[in-house]
Write a protein that binds this ligand. Structure first.
Ligand code: SAM
Length: 255
């Protein structure tokens, strides 16, 4: 998906983004990120949030000694991120606008679907100091079967979008393999599950035709009983819910 389409999509969603889907500010999900880097963050140093969006992850991780930096390709998102992040830049994750070894910590949540993993990881390793930490997290299907179901659904949600390329719907093990190839050393991998309202999520896409929304609902419910159970798919008070799996990795650049 071209950067200008991604930028347009997130500029349009920026003012509502933090409120749009529960995962963005979910306290339990943010706490899982804090657990993933427990003991790995320095008391003092520089932390970068790549593809920072509205900067909620930085909001959850920052502490007085850590200088908060962030970049994104969407100016709308950057304006919102100013609530959490002091030093903001417009930039592309494939060519980060920072010097080599500038950061003690690099964090990124839920943006790998827009990126070439090997290029992002090379850049993250470049801007990290030796011994620095990368925190990388992503919503992932639990299995190949769920991956196939979600591919149909996510293509309906974003018809012109990233999931035209099926390899962008990563499994946890795909991301783990990318990290292994990058030369960073995996220190921790945490799974976490968040309950998402698909009904609320679809409101983030106001231009989606009604027939498409109906098709998305049907595709969730078509999972059958084992698939629904595995994916936590349920309708409660007229709202379609799904339980998302997250994988949160902490890796270190060799000293
Ligand atoms: C789904 S949002 C996640 C925002 C934030 N990481 C979070 O977890 O709250 C994806 C973000 O990645 C940004 N993005 C996508 N491709 C990018 C790229 N090539 N370089 C920088 N930012 C990018 C988008 O503008 C958007 O803000």
């Amino acid at each position: 998906m071209k950067n200008n389409l991604v930028k347009k999509q997130f500029d349009a969603r920026s003012s509502e983004f933090s409120r749009s889907a529960s995962w963005v500010t979910d306290p339990a999900l943010l706490a899982a990120h804090r657990r993933a880097v427990k003991g790995l963050l320095p008391a003092k140093g520089r932390m970068l949030e790549a593809c920072c969006g509205t900067g909620e992850l930085t909001g959850a991780l920052k502490r007085p000694g850590l200088e908060a930096h962030g970049f994104d390709i969407s100016s709308g998102m950057l304006r919102q991120a100013a609530r959490h992040i002091t030093y903001l830049k417009h930039g592309d994750a494939h060519k980060m606008p920072y010097a080599d070894g500038f950061f003690d910590v690099v964090v990124m949540r839920q943006a790998m679907q827009f990126l070439k993993p090997s290029v992002f990881l090379k850049e993250a390793a470049r801007v990290l100091k030796p011994g620095g930490t990368l925190l990388l997290s992503h919503h992932v299907p639990r299995s190949r079967a769920e991956q196939a179901r979600l591919l149909v659904i996510y293509r309906l949600i974003q018809p012109a979008g990233v999931f035209k390329d099926p390899s962008k719907l990563y499994l946890g093990r795909d991301l783990r393999a990318h990290i292994a190839r990058s030369g960073l050393r995996l220190k921790r991998a945490i799974s976490h599950f968040s309950t998402e309202s698909i009904t609320a999520l679809l409101k983030c896409y106001p231009n989606l035709p009604e027939e498409q929304k109906t098709a998305i609902f049907k595709a969730y419910l078509k999972a059958g009983s084992p698939g629904r159970k595995a994916g936590g798919i349920a309708i409660k008070k007229g709202e379609l819910l799904a339980v998302w799996k997250w994988i949160i990795f902490a890796a270190q650049k060799p000293a």
